[in-house]
Design a protein around this ligand. Structure first.
Ligand SMILES: O=C(O)c1ccccc1N[C@@H]1O[C@H](COP(=O)(O)O)[C@@H](O)[C@H]1O
Length: 214
């Protein structure tokens, strides 16, 4: 797929009205809500409905799940534009709700991204995150970006330990379709910092301006 000249930005793990409003005002393309109860950033479907209702058109509302029950997805889906799966979900499970979806892959040794892109060909993109055994994501850790092949057939959303300080380098190295950040814009789990969100977006725009793609 063509490399975008503007890297899309998703802020994930929002739990507060003021952070949603600040993220939209700052210019985020997508906002993520963690619907996995094991996370310190988790919200329930009722809270999702409240926060999602504040988000204007053209900002994508993303729900993050880890091996969810069909009932949980059912209760959330009306408030979401896109589903993000971080567990061991099969392609059929990801597609079952009838919403657009993306699949998160943790970069454990031996992962074949070309094969995964084929397996999850129904995904709108692959989100690549760091691997820590026993933790489904959101670790705040980076991984070796040189492991990402340039020729993947799916758009890449780069995640894992991104911050305002390293996202420019990450974009230069990977040229992803989008970047996704949670811990790198937080004061505490689920509590975002407006200044860090703005700094992250500035760093992305600066990196985009440096690009010299054909
Ligand atoms: O944020 C969480 O708590 C979380 C829990 C389970 C799976 C994924 C989770 N977050 C996602 O992980 C990546 C990287 O996060 P970070 O920037 O390293 O903190 C990102 O996609 C988050 O949405």
């Amino acid at each position: 797929m063509p490399i975008p000249t503007r890297t899309r930005v998703k802020f994930c793990g929002l739990t507060r009205e003021e952070d949603v409003d600040a993220a939209v005002a700052a210019g985020a393309d997508a906002l993520g809500f963690v619907l996995w109860p094991g996370s310190g950033r988790a919200i329930d479907p009722e809270r999702l409905a409240e926060l999602s209702a504040r988000i204007p058109a053209f900002v994508t509302r993303v729900g993050l799940f880890v091996d969810p029950s069909p009932a949980l997805v059912d209760r959330c889906v009306a408030h979401l534009d896109l589903l993000q799966f971080h567990g061991d979900e099969s392609p059929a499970t990801c597609a079952a709700a009838g919403r657009a979806w993306i699949k998160a892959l943790r970069m454990r040794d031996g992962l074949d991204l070309h094969a995964a892109a084929e397996t999850y060909r129904g995904a709108r993109a692959l989100l690549l995150d760091a691997y820590r055994p026993g933790v489904p994501g959101g670790t705040g850790e980076t991984f070796d970006w040189s492991r990402i092949p340039a020729s993947l057939v799916k758009p890449v959303i780069l995640a894992g330990g991104l911050t305002p300080d390293n996202v420019g380098e990450a974009i230069a190295a990977v040229r992803p379709f989008a970047v996704d950040v949670s811990g790198g814009i937080e004061a505490a789990p689920g509590v975002k910092e407006t200044a860090r969100m703005a700094a992250f977006l500035r760093a992305v725009r600066w990196a985009d301006d440096q690009r010299s793609d054909p």
